[in-house]
Design a protein around this ligand. Structure first.
Ligand code: NDP
Length: 382
């Protein structure tokens, strides 16, 4: 329960699914979005188990969230909801038990309000209870960038196998949130040109390449729609509720939400000569979409491998918290790149061993599953 600015009372439903702790404490994000249901949280938690196993870090799998809609709510209202949510959730958390992070609708600001409430209730400054914290209060450098950067590192590894690179390629990235913005930043650093990105209201096409400072200003500071981006960049066009996958590209990174790239989108990408798709979001490509990409010879990095950089860097944040230490940006980014390369290697080697070279979906599923299953058996079938 929480009270809005007019004093009216609202009730939302919150969830935390603690799915598997064979490899470490439950770990996975919290999502605030009106679409959140037990089913959503369970599929995300299930995926999280195997993703976390692939990182090689000591973390189990879980996920959580609430059907609270932060859109149109004031800062005070969101803070009151975060505090109410944590008032119930805190009893299930702890650095050795369950360690949530952010996801859609939950960034550093919301993690701060939830961490503050946890501290208030427990009277303990347990930094390792939540990740994605602000730098001044226990957070780690590179955590905000990690999922987007990691997805691009994974993409780079896939392309390297074919003797290709990101440099000079035309890219499309869906979403305009944490994952998308940081994926765009890394693609641009590596010489790619990102010509389109999207949000829940439509997409923007900018033939000159997405101008990152303008995008950050509109989405991170002003929290407006991409229409405001198009108003400031005269060469760009805003397409209200258009389909971003109609924009021709060589590299496509779905970084918004689940089921956002279906079979006809995949067919369009193939027809337009797309070379590679790496999932920054969780399960953005539908199963028939994945099949069409596979038949079309498009490299495909599934989310449980390609977007694992976020949770891996969360585990690095936990390490730094436990040691009361903080690492430099370059050290942490190098560690992230190393982890993504190792995830790629595990997926590729497993796919090869099971007779399906280049099938990163099969490689990621089997490599993650085997690690968890072996640990469960070793711990006495728990
Ligand atoms: P954010 O809330 O920061 O951004 C989400 C973006 O996607 C926003 O631009 C939002 O639009 C857009 N979006 C959300 N829902 C829809 C929809 N139904 N249709 C079209 N666009 C939509 O979330 P994140 O960037 O953190 O997460 C994006 C994806 O990445 C999710 O699938 C998440 O589970 C996954 N992920 C995130 C990780 C992280 O570290 N944050 C780690 C691993 C995976 P608008 O701006 O209008 O709200």
């Amino acid at each position: 329960p929480w009270q809005d600015d007019h004093g009216d009372v609202h009730i939302n439903r919150g969830y935390r699914v603690e799915f598997n702790s064979a490899l470490g404490p439950y770990k996975g994000g919290l999502r605030f979005h009106p679409s959140v249901s037990l089913g959503t949280v369970k599929f995300l938690g299930f995926e999280q188990i195997f993703k976390n196993a692939l990182t090689g870090m000591p973390i189990g799998g879980g996920k959580g969230g609430a059907d609270f809609d932060p859109k149109g709510r004031s800062e005070d209202e969101i803070m009151r909801f975060c505090q109410s949510f944590m008032t119930e959730l805190y009893r299930h958390l702890g650095e050795y038990t369950d360690v949530p992070a952010g996801d859609i609708g939950v960034g550093t600001r919301e993690i701060g309000w939830m961490f503050g409430q946890y501290k208030r209730i427990t009277n303990r400054y347990e930094s390792g209870t939540l990740t994605g914290k602000g730098l001044a209060w226990g957070g780690a450098l590179v955590r905000p960038e990690a999922t987007g950067y990691g997805a691009v590192f994974f993409l780079q590894e896939m392309m390297k196998v074919q003797g290709r690179s990101v440099d000079g390629r035309t890219c499309v990235v869906s979403g305009a949130g944490n994952v998308a913005i940081n994926a765009i930043a890394k693609l641009e650093q590596l010489g790619g040109t990102v010509v389109a990105c999207s949000d829940s209201q439509g997409y923007v096409y900018d033939p000159d390449g997405i101008h990152l400072p303008t995008l950050r200003e509109v989405k991170e500071v002003e929290r407006k729609t991409l229409e405001a981006y198009a108003e400031r960049r005269p060469n760009s066009q805003h397409h209200v509720r258009g389909n971003i996958w109609e924009v021709p590209c060589e590299i496509a990174l779905p970084c918004a939400t689940q089921n956002e790239l279906n079979a006809s989108d995949a067919a369009r990408l193939v027809a337009n000569g797309c070379l590679a798709v790496a999932e920054g979001a969780n399960m953005p490509t539908t199963p028939d979409g994945i099949e069409i990409l596979r038949q079309g010879g498009v490299l495909f990095g599934p989310g449980k491998a390609a977007n694992a950089g976020g949770v891996a860097t969360s585990a690095l944040e936990m390490q730094q918290n436990a040691a009361r230490d903080s690492w430099s940006f370059s050290k942490t980014e190098a560690k992230l790149a190393e982890i993504m390369s190792s995830i790629h290697e595990q997926c590729a080697a497993t796919a090869e061993a099971y007779g399906r070279p280049g099938d990163y979906v099969l490689g990621a599923n089997i490599a993650g599953f085997v690690k968890v299953a072996e640990a469960m058996c070793a711990l006495g079938l728990i």
